[in-house]
Design a protein around this ligand. Structure first.
Ligand code: SAH
Length: 343
């Protein structure tokens, strides 16, 4: 490819690729759009806000959750690993709380965005960055946190037509992107309970998410450690199109202006837990974020911090705010103790 094509804006590059080689998979479209989106901006507090940006209590309680588990596991040599750490706020709060509990691990961040890597470096000096999980340390326990990470990973969608199920692809007309039905897929790849869903039904899978979970769960099972994943999602497999685009807190069309909106999909917790178990790890949850934070002592911490954090506490915990929409699952090495808050 000549330099002019490589430097062209993302929509032009995607349109050209589709014109040359035909429609692309939804996963390819979402992956390219989000890579561009995160590489070119810090969206936190502008396009959307996350729990660690709402209150320091979130990261502190997660740090104490890890420190407690690590302590009861016999205080092995361990690394703190965070997937998609955003501005590094959660890590900074968690590391401060962990240090008070005697845990001062090396810090490893899995982050592809250069913009967010520099934000993280400001808050957590001395971190080591990775493009993916394959280069993480292979010989010590891993204490892994993923908050609103899996929802940003690419999904596939299968759409029920009159004659069976089809992979959803993304086509391009002039400069407009649009979803179309691709080749029919064999019914055998669909969960039996969902095969006869009504025409128009959508089933989502995220092979990228399953690959990340399998890789980490396998390492945790062998090396020791634990992982806490917090996100919004469901117990799949299930019917439903959850792909959404957001900019400045407002929903947009996911097929408009790729790379300029945050594209997300709901996370299938049941499938992630099954992937972890298949690699020999133990899995817990999902539990509601609100219930977990209460079990970990958010009200005692809020009482210490005073009246000014009351609204933040409610935003994280209340069922009509983030408390029930967001859920947590925990993965541990099979010989590690039971994690707090997942009774
Ligand atoms: N965990 C943070 C940020 C959530 S936004 C918080 O709670 O505030 C999603 C994060 O995942 C960003 O840091 C983004 O750059 C990162 N990310 C998205 N896709 C990624 C990928 N494929 N590999 C690594 N990091 C990714």
């Amino acid at each position: 490819m000549d330099a002019a094509v490589i430097d062209a804006p993302l929509p032009e590059r995607l349109a050209r690729a589709i014109t040359l080689a035909g429609p692309i998979s939804l996963a390819q479209y979402m992956g390219a759009a989000n890579a561009h989106y995160y590489a070119t901006r810090d969206p936190l507090g502008r396009d959307f806000t996350t729990a660690p940006e709402i209150s320091q209590m979130f990261g502190e309680l997660i740090g104490l959750w890890l420190a407690d588990l690590w302590d009861r596991a016999g205080r092995p040599l361990a690394a703190y690993v965070e997937l998609g750490p955003g501005r590094g706020t959660l890590a900074a709060d968690a590391l401060r709380a962990m240090a008070k509990a005697g845990l001062t691990p090396a810090v490893h961040f899995v982050e592809t965005s250069p913009t967010l890597r520099s934000a993280q470096a400001e808050r957590v000096p001395g971190a080591i960055w990775h493009n993916d999980t394959t280069t993480l340390p292979g010989d010590i326990a891993l204490l892994v946190i993923a908050n609103e990470f899996f929802d940003a990973l690419p999904i596939r969608q299968l759409v029920r037509g009159g004659d069976g199920w089809h992979e959803r692809l993304v086509a391009c007309q002039d400069t407009l992107f649009l979803p179309i039905a691709g080749k029919q897929v064999p019914d055998a790849i669909l969960p039996p309970a969902l095969r006869d869903a009504a025409p128009g039904s959508v089933i989502e899978t995220s092979p990228a998410s399953v690959a990340v979970m399998r890789g980490l769960a396998g390492r945790i099972a062998r090396q020791g450690g634990a992982m806490l994943t917090i996100d919004y999602g469901y117990q799949g497999p299930a019917i439903g199109d959850t792909l959404q685009a957001m900019r400045a807190g407002v929903y947009a069309n996911p097929f408009e202006a790729p790379g300029e909106h945050d594209l997300t999909a709901h996370v299938d917790f049941a499938t992630l837990c099954a992937a972890a178990k298949a690699e020999g790890a133990a899995s817990f949850g999902p539990v509601d974020q609100g219930g977990l934070l209460i079990a970990l002592g958010i009200d005692a911490r809020a009482a210490v911090l005073g009246d000014s954090v009351r609204a933040d506490r409610d935003r994280l915990v209340a069922p009509d705010q983030m408390g029930s929409l967001f859920k947590a699952i925990a993965i541990t090495a099979p010989d590690w103790p039971q994690p707090a808050g997942f009774a």
